[in-house]
Structures are given as C-alpha cells and as structure tokens.
Design a protein around this ligand. Sequence first.
Ligand code: AHR
Length: 515
Amino acid sequence: MLKVRGKLDYTAIIGPVQRRLFGALVEHMGRSVYTGIYEPGHKRADASGFRCDVLELVAELGTTIVRYPGGNFVSSYRWEDGAGPVEERPTRLDLAWHAIETNEFGLDEFMRWTQRAQVEPMMVLNLGTRGMPEALDLLEYANHPGGTTLSELRRGHGAPTPYGIRMWCLGNEMDGPWQVGHKTAREYGRIAAETARAMRMVDPKLELVACGSSGPAMPTFGTWETTVLEETYDLVDCISLHAYYEEIGGDLESFLASSVDLERAIKRVVTAADAVGAQRGDPREIAVAVDEWNVWYLSAFQSAEPRTEWSRAAPLCEEAYTAADAVVVGSLLIALLKHVDRVTSACLAQLVNVIAPIRTEPGGPAWRQTTFYPFALTASRAKGSVALIACEAPEMEVDKYGAVQVVDAVATIAETGHIAVFAVNRDTHEDVELEVDLGNLSASLCEVTVLSDADPHARNTRETPDRVVPGAGRGSVDGRQLTLTLPPVSWLVARLDVGSSFGTEGLLRVHSEGA
Ligand code: AHR
C-alpha cells in the first residue's frame, strides 16, 4: 500500500468550474450521426428520427455543448447541403473519411437535436475549401432574425426563431496535411482573421475559436499558435488544442500518465498565446478550447489499409474502451479542471459510436462504454470552484514522460457546502491510501465512487454492457482528515458535505480566519 498525503488548499482557487468543459463532438464520420444520434425507423426514434435512447444517455452523460459538423469532415463541407427539404439535398463524396454523404442530416436537424438534447451548439466553419463569404452566409442563415434572403430561407425551413449560435470554430486542424485545404500558419491566420473580422461586423459578441495545431506531437505545435495569433489575437477569444492518447505496445504506465502530457500541452499553448499578447501589449488573455480530446487507438487506424470503397455511414473507429481507458479519461478530466483559469471549454471527441462514450447498434440497443462513467460523474459532481490538492506522492518513471506522480487529484467546492475530490492512481500494482488534510472544516462523507477493474483491459460490449461499472469505494473522514483508498489503475470521486451554511466565500473566510 502506497501512502500519499494531500492538502486541500482553499486559498488556491483556480477558477469556476466551466460548464463548457463537458462538451463533446458530433462529426459526420462513421456512425456518429447516422445510426448514432439519428436513425429514423428505429423503435426508439422520435418523429424527427432522433434516437431517444441516445438522447437519454446524452443527458445522463451531462454533455453541455456539442461541436458540429467536424472534425476533418468540415473542411470540404458545404453547410447549405444540409438545409431545407431533405429530398432536394445533394449526395456528395466526403473526402475526409472516404464516404458518401447523403446530407439527410444537416444544420437544421442538428439545431433541432441540440434543442431536444438541451445542449449548446458549437459550430465549426469550413476554412479548408471555403472562406469568409460562406461563413457569413451561414451566420446570416443561422442567427439573423429575418428580412434577408438567407434568414427568410431558414424561416421557410421551419425555424422562425434564430438559432443564436454563440460559439464558432474558425476551421479545424488546418496544420494537418490530411486536412482538405491544408494551409500554412500564415495562410490560415490571414483567412481566420478576415473571417473573424467580418463575422464580428454582424455580431461583435460572437465567441470565436482560432484553430490551434492538431496536436502536441505535431512539428508545428507551438509555432503554429504563435503565427496564427499574430494574425488573429484581437479578433478571437480562444485557440483550440487537440489531444488524443493511446496505450502503445503494452506500455500501460506511460498511457496512465497521459494527463501529464495534456497539462504540458495546455501550458505550451498558454505560453505561446501570452507571448503574442505581451508582444502586442494586449492585456487580454486568450482562452484555450480543448475542443477534441480522448483516448483513441489512432496508430491502429493509421496503419490499417485505407478505404477503397465509398460507403455510407460505415463503422469507423468504434473503439471498445477498457477500464484503463476510463481511468485515463478520468485523469484527463482532472487535468482540464486544474486549468480552468485558461481552459474554458473542452469537447470529448466524440459523443456516439466513433471513439465515443456511447455505443449503439443499428436497429438495436445503446450502451455505456467504460469511459462514459468518469465523464458523467465529473460533469455531475464538479460544481462551484476548482481548488488544488497539493499531493506529496511517490513518483514513477514512465518511458514517454519521465518521472510522474503516482497520484493526481483536484477538488471542487460548491456554494452549497459540497466538496468533490477527484483522484487517480496510476500505479499498476499497488493500492494507494490518499490522506487529504481538509483544513479546519468538519465534514461528513456522502459518497465515494471508484472506477477500476481487476482486469484493466476489461470492456463493456453489447453482450456485457455492465462488465465495467463504477462501484462504492472505501473512504472515511476523521476530524480534519479525509482518507481514501485507490486500487491500482483506478479513478475515484468522493463527495463531502461541509454544511450548507458555508458558501464558497464562507469556506475561504473560515479557512483564513482559522489558519
Ligand atoms: O475526432 C476524429 C478526428 O480527429 C477529427 O475529425 C479530427 O479533427 C481529428 O484529427
């Protein structure tokens, strides 16, 4: 048993829990849309063809914002193909995923789906094969109340109320040579700037996300952000960061330390952004939108034979996630919470079927993957403000990232007097006893929920959808000390009640008075 001491530091409040941290991506890729969220004729489909079993799981997952329509798909997409009468819509080649796109589902359906799912839309613009004029058209169609050709077209398509989309991504992964319309940083920066400038003439309050590099392993990572922000700094609110992780060659230890890499990547993006801000003498801070993150067995996908058939909504990247994958997803969420001062939105990529926490069978059931649980538990338990837990934990040496702490943890403090502690044990053999000093609060323990499995590679499947589920964990509170037991390769959330009389302000006051 490894012993780890931690201290909940009420004075180190990082920032409010951003509800947009619990976003996801719905892309026209594989079966994410077709037979994922949308399957007319399915016995659980509503009149619009939306699968209600999936909608129920999306609500349980706690998703708050959904990015659409891609991903790589967007970079050769024409938004108007997916608006208006379905029978008049064109069928086209989707170059990103070598697929046939029927456009049965498009912008109008997606907006109706977001209303049903009660999530905020995050719209991605095609800055690959298109540019500012088409972005302006889409903005006018979506958000202008009426009286213009495009806004009247939307009204004619059955949407009298403007969609009111606030958050817009200026392209997707434009530094990736795989991207249709791939560009250099300077080329992209200029197009993003002119698009952003024109969009702000329509509505200065839009929230715009410049496209960051497609990942920390890209040779362009860092310099891309600098160049793009030199062109766009005063015109955008956020820069995007994408990060995917996988267990390669049985190196479970490195995989379990993935969140260390995510934190380093966030710091590198923030450093690049702040350097541009400083150079310009602009005190405004650019936020980071981690608008694609997840576990993805990308090397297997990349080494597979490329598709030759042009197929329609064929399965793609339908990972069956393991218990270890879920622990990594939980630890990546801890990393995001630790950076809420700069990371103001994030999207798990993706939501359904394609590298997703929700799986469906065409004409059949929907079920929760292992990764569903840490996401849903974090989205529902993380409330109020994020506070650091400083841990004195032993280190382990991992091949990919060097020395990393065995345990990582963070807390949230809500005005209702509830504290949530999130923790991960990266050790593959040893239990960890985590003792957290709660300061001078007297707390009662409401819940300890742990996700782990004797077999870290156990999965949920259609036949065994509940093979890996969270269970009751071990914990206790003694005076000012919380003690939690974390099995090897586990993620855990504990909930404490410190009394409804203490708001966040109260907690801070009580702590400093008692210190
Ligand atoms: O989420 C899958 C793909 O990953 C997205 O289409 C792309 O943006 C990223 O490379």
